[in-house]
Design a protein around this ligand. Structure first.
Ligand SMILES: [Zn+2]
Ligand SMILES: [Zn+2]
Length: 312
């Protein structure tokens, strides 16, 4: 397995690390870099300089120990070392860009990291470990990862909700296992529980905590399990186990729950229908769905259709 670093990432990281050492008056490598850099100016023409500088930056990237973290973390993932031909480390511009990806043929891994991460080794180690755990899942047969180019959803908003939830649940699964292995990761139990609570705020606390505990402790969720939960909140609620009994019949209007009329996952609920809905529309719905009460709510599409129908 080969590890390649993007030259721009290498250059920026080397300069930032040299500047840091200069501030600490740790000058050995700073002086050596300057003299080797001057030598390139003196002995190469403009055309050749760029290649020589790239080589100089690569050399100092190693001398400064900046290649340590990636190599160290890769040794924790035997599955990746065996299956992957190349790991390409690229430059991320924002925190959101800092992700790992697997090529479609599953032979190459790309990881993007911001240059300044390299200056803080414990942080970089945690970040790399978390990202490579995602990659390791993607490569594991049991996880059964498939690339989902397009999801079965009806709007870009639903798509982004499903993708965000998928990411959230997968992150919980990644960090839960790492924590049990006694390894440092990007966010611990409390931090992930807060993220989960923010997204599933409408689930009452006792059930939400039971669901979170179930996900955090899970040893082997699959791609299919996680995607199912991301699409359908009933699959999330099913993980509450015994805690669900108390409020099993309580109506929880979560985005992604099925509309009681058309059964499609619903992302925008119209509430207070008892007050909001014209009487003739209400009557039409109850003719079609005799057991339905306005407190159960309905999706926008159904309400529009019945509103149109009522005017005819
Ligand atoms: Zn993650
Ligand atoms: Zn509906």
């Amino acid at each position: 397995m080969e590890i390649h670093y993007d030259p721009q990432l290498v250059e920026e990281t080397v300069f930032q690390e040299l500047a840091r050492r200069e501030r600490l008056e740790d000058l050995d490598l700073v002086r050596r870099f300057r003299s080797e850099s001057d030598a390139i100016y003196d002995s190469h023409g403009v055309g050749q300089r760029e290649r020589e500088f790239d080589r100089l930056h690569q050399t100092f990237f190693r001398l400064l120990g900046l290649d340590f973290s990636v190599r160290a973390i890769l040794t924790e993932f035997a599955g990746i070392e065996d299956k992957i031909a190349t790991v390409l480390i690229g430059k991320a511009f924002t925190e959101r860009d800092e992700v790992a990806e697997l090529s479609l043929d599953c032979r190459n891994v790309g990881v993007k990291i911001r240059p300044r991460r390299f200056l803080d080794r414990p942080v970089l180690l945690r970040q790399m470990r978390h990202e490579l755990m995602h990659v390791s899942d993607m490569l594991a047969e049991e996880f059964a990862y498939t690339y989902e180019g397009s999801l079965q959803v009806s709007s870009p908003m639903e798509e982004s909700i499903v993708r965000d939830r998928y990411g959230l649940i997968w992150d919980i699964h990644v960090d839960g296992r790492l924590a049990r292995q006694g390894k440092d990761t990007v966010l611990g139990r409390d931090g992930r529980a807060r993220e989960f609570g923010a997204v599933y705020a409408k689930i009452p606390a006792p059930q939400r905590e039971a669901i979170f505990a179930n996900l955090w402790q899970a040893e082997s969720l699959t791609h299919h399990d996680i995607l199912g939960m991301a699409h359908d909140v009933r699959e999330v609620l099913a993980r509450a186990g015994d805690a669900l009994d108390d409020t099993a019949h309580e109506k929880i209007l979560l985005s992604g729950s099925p509309c009681p009329l058309c059964r499609f996952p619903t992302y925008t609920w119209t509430e207070d229908l008892r007050e909001q809905l014209p009487k003739d529309t209400l009557k039409l719905i109850q003719e079609d769905y005799p057991g339905w009460e306005p407190e159960e709510a309905a999706c926008e599409r159904c309400l529009e259709a019945y509103a149109v129908h009522a005017q005819q």
